[in-house]
Design a protein. Sequence first.
Length: 192
Amino acid sequence: MIRRLPICLLFVVITLTFGGCIQPNFDIETIKKYMPGPSPQLRHLDMLKGKWHTAGQVKMMGLKVPMTTTGTSEAKWACNDRFLIDQSEFDLDQLGPMGGISIWTWDDRANIYRFWWFDGFGETAEGTATFDQPAKTWHIKTIGRNGWCSVISKGTIRQIDNDTLEWTWNQWDGWHIFHIGDMAGTSKRIKS
């Protein structure tokens, strides 16, 4: 860090001294020309876009009987088609209602899909996703925190057809010792 400091200072001094002389002038059209558009990898997320009705089953550590879950979600593009935001409302049997938001995007620099999850039970998670195009399947891995502990999760979303998604979700504690629970279900497109 100490060696870098003089180089950084030198760069700042040179920039301030000569910046006015060599600073290029651009017009709006030139700036627009050099602004990158949304990455083509984002188009794979189009299969998740739309309104969905979901039904599935939730098995949780400590519960002898699985719970059923039903709900709806809507995934829409935001920020000039750079982020897919999915807002969900679920009913988790005796646990009651839970809202959730997932955010998906493509990271050009890291060459990977990024994924975030937030829900009404207090869980937050971030991770990555990969897309297996021949199998039409997303594979998601996250690390996060719920109300009790840190968590590690893995899930899949597979496109059965244009109007049907099949999904799974498995979760462990942060040390990957206890299997907290798993979910599986199907989402059907709600047609307008």
